[in-house]
Design a binder for this molecule. Structure first.
Ligand SMILES: [Zn+2]
Length: 157
């Protein structure tokens, strides 16, 4: 899987998240809210339903173990993440001139097509944290703003 991830990152100019949804959700919402008695909590199941709609619903039942959840993740889910990150990337604008970003020809980074300003690719964690926060808010789980979450995730060692 790591080789595939690296190829996708190079091909599309994105940075994939380093942890899966359960890892990210545990970081943001506290592991005790995600895994309870060794299985996914009801909150975690609902997060998966909303953030990974491609995940087979019949598997999302009470008693699902993290190991089994990870085993059920398919290439389709990886593709969905890539699509999501490409959308996020295409929505970015240059902070200096509000121009559009393209891929730099000389380095693996973004380059403004208008003024040439370069910027690192956005992290996958950042893009997907916003989705998790939005889903949690819909469910009614108290969360900080996506920006706060993204920042704390980025500063993790
Ligand atoms: Zn610019």
């Amino acid at each position: 899987m790591l080789d595939i991830a690296f190829s996708l990152e190079s091909a599309f100019g994105i940075r994939l998240p380093h942890t899966d949804l359960l890892g990210r959700a545990s970081d943001y919402f506290g592991e005790e809210n995600i895994i309870q008695d060794g299985v996914l909590s009801e909150f975690a199941l609902e997060l998966v339903r909303r953030v990974m709609p491609e995940f087979e619903r019949k598997h999302l039942r009470a008693g699902l173990k993290p190991m089994d959840f990870r085993r059920l993740i398919t290439v389709e889910s990886l593709i969905q993440v890539v699509i999501r990150l490409l959308e996020f990337k295409s929505g970015l604008v240059c902070p200096a001139c509000s121009g559009r970003f393209g891929d730099s020809k000389t380095a693996p980074e973004l380059e403004c097509v208008a003024c040439g300003l370069t910027q690192a690719y956005p992290s996958g964690e950042q893009a997907l944290a916003a989705d998790l926060a939005a889903a949690a808010r819909q469910i009614g789980f108290p969360v900080h703003s996506p920006k706060t979450i993204a920042t704390s995730a980025d500063s993790r060692p």
